[in-house]
Design a protein around this ligand. Structure first.
Ligand code: DGL
Length: 287
């Protein structure tokens, strides 16, 4: 079986790259829904429909497991698909089949880290604050998934989500670096103003932003730790595969380390920004 990796565009490559490092013998099929990118400004119904279509395409390509390498799809579509659609698909395929998201692994990594910020000392009392900035698409921000899920686990973490309306689209279209730097600087300034000081940590809660993590690092206070979503996802997938040996990617007879890159948009080479991140020319085939 192959592992499917799905995103609206090139953002999921950041997760894909880490998964491939972690599972080098597994077969991977990457699907970018570039005909419909970006998802972040779309309605919930549209995001659910597009995500379902992407998963269908990946199942048809021989994937039993699909990782939604997209916060927007994970936040809006995952639970709906798991509850209402996947049971029927499993019955029809007659084999283990699942779709996994990337937000819960990220939140587990963010809340599990021992991190204390000593904000102020009053007599003996030490006030600990852990202020986490999350940069995300408008749809992910509106879902409030990061605030809700982090609050369930840790009440001492204050979450400030900054919706970045244009950013995923700009990265997807390969906007000039100066444009991306100005946009990121604006979002970092916004969230810093809302918090009243610089955040202690940050999550790049849209996989596209990882492509320009250096721009975020330059805009944030020097040394601000970033919760690394690709690492968190790879760790979570390793744990999942250990608990669910029936998937066993890379150990079944057919596995050959196959790498397939598909797009619903224009096939061919990706732009310079994507290639610079990838470290080599990257060609997508038609989905
Ligand atoms: N890369 C996706 C995410 O993680 C989607 C961005 C978009 O299409 O707006 O949210």
């Amino acid at each position: 079986m192959a592992i499917g990796v799905f995103d609206s565009g090139i953002g999921g490559l950041s997760v894909h790259r880490r998964l491939v490092e972690r599972f080098p013998h597994a077969d991977f099929v990457y699907l970018a829904d570039q005909a419909n990118t970006p998802y972040g400004g779309r309605s919930g119904e549209e995001i659910v429909d597009l995500t379902r279509a992407g998963c269908e395409r990946l199942f048809a390509e021989g994937c039993d497991l699909v990782v939604l390498a997209c916060n927007t799809a994970s936040a809006i579509a995952l639970r709906r698909l798991q509850q209402t659609w996947l049971p029927g698909i499993r019955a029809a395929r007659g084999r283990p089949t699942n779709v996994l998201g990337i937000i819960v692994p990220t939140i587990e990594a963010a809340t599990g880290l021992p991190w204390e910020h000593e904000a102020e000392r009053r007599g003996d009392k030490v006030e600990k604050l852990d202020v986490l900035a999350v940069f995300a698409t408008p749809a992910t921000a509106a879902s409030r998934v990061y605030e809700i899920e982090i609050d369930k686990r840790r009440q001492d973490v204050a979450v400030f989500v900054e919706p970045c309306a244009e950013l995923a689209g700009q990265i997807e279209s390969g906007a000039p670096r100066a444009v991306l730097e100005a946009a990121v600087a604006g979002h970092v300034a916004n969230v810093t103003r809302r918090i009243g000081r610089a955040p202690d940590r940050a999550i790049l809660g849209c996989t596209h932003y990882e492509i320009i993590s250096d721009v975020f690092r330059a805009a944030l206070k020097p040394g601000t730790p970033l919760v690394h979503q690709p690492d968190a996802t790879a760790e979570a997938l390793a744990g999942y595969l250990e608990r669910r040996p029936e998937y066993a990617p890379g150990t079944d007879a057919g596995a050959s380390g196959r790498r397939v890159f598909l797009t619903t948009g224009a096939p061919g080479l990706q732009h310079d920004l994507a290639e610079a991140f990838w470290g080599a020319p990257l060609r997508f085939d038609p989905a």
